[in-house]
Design a protein around this ligand. Structure first.
Ligand SMILES: *Cc1c(COP(=O)(O)O)cnc(C)c1O
Length: 377
């Protein structure tokens, strides 16, 4: 949402070119909503969603932990004030020398999803704690993470046994139900899988303690989404159903749900045209597109709310595209986007819900366009 602070900031600064403005008050509200919804779960903010130093500092001061995917992200979390004990190296795909670098920085919690990765960790971070990621089907997610990460639960048993045999501390199970997960029950099957792995390992004398329930908590784009509270209830009910009175320690790793609705991109209409006199759709070209930060419009997966000064007037379907000379730089075409007929060249638009996965996806200088500017207020 464009908060009054964001609107005032943009009116005051008259910034030229597309830019993201993030309101820290909203990030703080989101953090508190997660803490309230799942009071017994530790929050590990997924740094990749938006690593702006001001955001990391705020979250560190509020008591957040950090899920990092690279040594650079670990250093950002440390610079923001997090201690190494509050950082997990949650990427299942790591170079051994990066594991060693994280270990040297004091990080001691690592994700794995195969014995090959366990062996790297045993060599480069001896004695560290590891959790094994299991596959989920990603159903109900608008940005599914598919089969790239995780293994089947039966394999997780062997992975964690191997970790123990190599002197690591086999700590638990993780999963990610897919990003922008709109089904509050999506966690249930994965929590059941975690319980299955816990039981199998208990029989081998390994007592797991941690379930890392990942991210997936949504941002409101065009459609309403359930509240953090509703997710918290559904997740807690599943934990109770599958673990009974022996509830494990839990972690959540919100990225999108922490910062998505805290940010708004200001953009400008560069061109409005048609491809033929008979064309039903107008083409609206903005000064931002897939390469300027809106990569999640890929396959039209994420549909951002767009505000204009003409809202309320008559609308007509538009194909929305970015400014670069790449034909892939079309945001919405299969499902055209209704925009006001009065919208014209030079108008500013506000693209809402863009606090997550925009600055990090922005190209360095495709066609010479500057990377997405970012202001945190
Ligand atoms: C990206 C990522 C997250 C954050 O996911 P969201 O859907 O943005 O909440 C959490 N955990 C891991 C391991 C990730 O890779």
């Amino acid at each position: 949402m464009a908060t009054q602070r964001i609107i005032d900031f943009l009116a005051d600064r008259r910034i030229d070119g597309p830019c993201l403005v993030v309101d820290l008050n909203v990030v703080e509200e989101n953090f508190n909503a997660f803490r309230h919804a799942l009071p017994d779960s530790a929050i590990f903010y997924a740094v990749k969603a938006n690593p702006a130093p001001e955001i990391l500092k705020l979250l560190a001061s509020l008591g957040s932990n950090f899920d990092c995917a690279s040594v650079a992200e670990i250093k950002m979390a440390l610079a923001a004030g997090a201690t190494p004990a509050r950082i997990s190296y949650g990427n299942t795909i790591k170079k051994e020398r990066d594991v060693a670098a994280a270990h040297a920085l004091g990080v001691s919690l690592f994700a794995v999803d195969c014995v090959e990765e366990v062996e790297k960790i045993a060599r480069a971070a001896p004695g560290a704690r590891v959790f094994c990621r299991v596959l989920t089907n990603g159903e109900g997610a608008e940005w599914p993470l598919s089969r790239k990460f995780g293994c089947v639960p039966a394999m997780a048993i062997d992975v964690l046994t191997h970790a123990r045999d190599l002197g690591l501390k086999s700590t638990g199970v993780s999963f990610h139900v897919g990003s922008q997960q709109t089904d509050t029950n999506a966690w249930d099957a994965a929590i059941a899988d975690a319980r299955f792995v816990f039981e199998a390992l208990e029989k081998r004398g390994i007592l797991l303690t941690l379930v890392n329930m990942g991210g997936g908590f949504p941002t409101r784009y065009l459609k309403d989404v359930p509240t953090a509270e509703a997710y918290g209830r559904a997740i807690f009910d599943s934990l109770k159903a599958h673990f009974g009175n022996r509830l494990p320690e839990t972690i959540i790793e919100p990225g999108r749900g922490m910062v998505g609705d805290a940010g708004v991109i200001k953009a400008e209409v560069v061109l409005v045209s048609k491809k033929s006199d008979a064309d039903e759709n107008r083409w609206v070209y903005l000064d931002i597109g897939k390469f300027g930060g809106l990569a999640e419009t890929m396959d039209e997966a994420i549909r951002y709310p767009i505000r204009t000064a003409h809202d309320g007037g008559a609308v007509a379907p538009c194909v929305l595209a970015g400014p670069t000379c790449d034909s892939a730089d079309v945001l919405y075409e299969k499902t055209p986007y209704p925009l006001p007929l009065a919208l014209t060249i030079g108008d500013e638009v506000l693209i809402e819900g863009t606090g997550a996965y925009t600055t990090t996806y922005s190209a360095v200088a495709f066609n010479g366009f500057e990377p997405l500017a970012s202001y945190v207020i």
